[in-house]
Design a protein around this ligand. Sequence first.
Ligand code: SAH
Length: 220
Amino acid sequence: MALNPIKHGIGMTSQRTRERLIARLREEGIRDEVVLAAMLEIPRHIFVDEAIASRAYEDTALPIGYGQTISQPYIVARMTEILRGGAPLGKVLEIGTGCGYQTAVLSKVAQEVYSVERINPLLMKARNHLRELRARNVKLKYADGAMGIPELAPYDGIMVTCGATIVPQELLQQLAVGGRMVIPVGSGDQVLTLIERTPDSYVQTKLELVKFVPLLGGIA
Ligand code: SAH
């Protein structure tokens, strides 16, 4: 039987195509070698529909159905680099699994990853993709991510991949002392924000303008 060229990484979805993406991310200023190595390893094309798989290594967001998008590779790299802050990550919580691409990248740079999604069919797709990659240190949950997962807190890192008008209080509470949260904040213009928890406060650093689908309340 002939190999499916998309699934088997021939042509536009090959390792070489991915190497070109990594070279572009370097040019765009991504410096963390651990993040670049993780993104070289994870095949982004398996996370999108076959009809657009040939565009998977363009540095652009793509539709994944249900009005949602897979984040632009630059943003995935940048947010992962910020979350790491140059140090290994233990337990990480992601809000907004989508198709699971960012989750897969996190699984390479953290010990344990928990990811929450409010659209169940997307979560099921993500589950299949992550199974295909044998990402065993990942657990997915169908829930309203604004609540976090309190029973597993605290988290060394929290990454929110949808735009919040305000930082959910629950997520602040679930961040470990010494932990880092990366979250797009704002209505209209969103600012990628780093929040670091110290023993007695939270330190916020505003980083760059971004555009994410909104964080919505409840489950779909
Ligand atoms: N991390 C994804 C980005 C997905 S887009 C990637 O790698 O490309 C953002 C996702 O956040 C959407 O799937 C959307 O359904 C989800 N989302 C929005 N509000 C949410 C909430 N309150 N809880 C959980 N997921 C949410």
